[in-house]
Design a protein around this ligand. Sequence first.
Ligand code: ADP
Ligand code: ASP
Ligand code: MG
Length: 438
Amino acid sequence: MRVLKFGGTSVGSAERMKEVASLITDEHRKVVVLSAMSGTTNSLVDITSYLYKKNHDGATEVISQLEKKYEAEVDALYASEEFKTKGFELIKTHFEYIKSFTKDVFTVFEEKAILAQGELLSTAMFHFYLQEQGVKSVLLPALDFMRIDKNSEPDKEYIRENLANVIADNEGADIYITQGFICRNAFGEIDNLQRGGSDYSASLIGAAIKADEIQIWTDIDGMHNNDPRFVEKTHSISDLSFDEAAELAYFGAKILHPTSVLPAKLENIPVRLLNTMEPKAQGTLISSNHEKKRIAAVAAKDGITAIKIKSGRMLLAYGFLRKVFEIFESYKTPIDMISTSEVGVSVTIDDDTHLNDIVDDLRNFGTVDIDTDQVIVCVVGDLVPANVGYANQVLGALKDIPVRMISYGGSNYNISLLINASDKKKALNALSNNLFNE
Ligand code: ADP
Ligand code: ASP
Ligand code: MG
């Protein structure tokens, strides 16, 4: 069995949904994971933010605009009156539900329920379209099998068992359709896998059913060697290792959700990144085999805060780093980068929710300096020490750019550098020019 995930742009209009239908009717059995139509989750986020502020007029305006968009798409998607009516009824039900929250208390529970509507709508609309076309498919509600535990981590055992059950209940089908992004939490409430999480749904499903292949269909022909939103000349990479892809996803390559590679890597399931707009393009194959002796790509992660702790007592003080790390652990704040010297240590975080408390606690150990608005630029490739010269090329490219931290040797496939956000575009372009001659 295969897993095919189609992102927001790929199902972003009636026309695009029809294209997707034509891509899934081959001989392979498959689970098709869909995102919400593009722009929908952003609109749902806007609605929830109005509702938190008790601005019911603001919420109602966005809801009406969104509903109109869906009415137009439904009208364009179905050919027959029968299915148009079914489609209109479907969106009416979902929008009545969204509107019901404009009258009541609004908490994170209601927020999550509203955010789930995008994927529920797109999958049901697509399922009806296949029915109208006479293509047999089964709609599997993700809320029946996708679950996170109390640490917000996927409950893999639960997912495996319950997905196997719902598939067994519909034995013999060739196309199963389900929602990306949405899940239940440890209390059984509606929750989600964070923005962009449909990729994660696809790889968790792929791992749970031990799929032959996971395909992530999007609006670009695979992982590019630099961020196409900031660099003009970029090109698609044909092969990546799981580790390289995970590193790029984590450090800002938006084409993949940050944690979506790991489930596939653990089960050794190849992941193919493909372009719905250009289905014949080769795209990128992520697997355990990959090209050696090359720098593969550059990515950048925004919104980073650097924290420097200087202490006279660090000299020969074993246990100093443990105490520093324990503070971050106690606030459940992950550290992305670290660099040390005899008198101090610098670390970076991307979640600054507890920054003030962390800084307060760190002051027990030394002087603390903060730099906000930083960016981690991550260069990924075959960076084993024997491949001399790559580090020099990377630093050479950044010779005119102030570099705040450097991390090299943490793995065999990445060099990370911390720079000011204002230098990001310049740095990404300079790296492309130096590393890929583009
Ligand atoms: P989807 O809605 O299909 O999940 P996303 O918008 O989440 O699609 O991801 C695809 C986008 O990721 C591309 O349109 C591109 O702008 C962006 N992107 C950022 N970095 C990269 C990269 N290194 N390679 C390819 N795409 C990238
Ligand atoms: N619809 C969700 C989002 O926009 C999940 C996804 O598209 O991956 O974040
Ligand atoms: Mg995405």
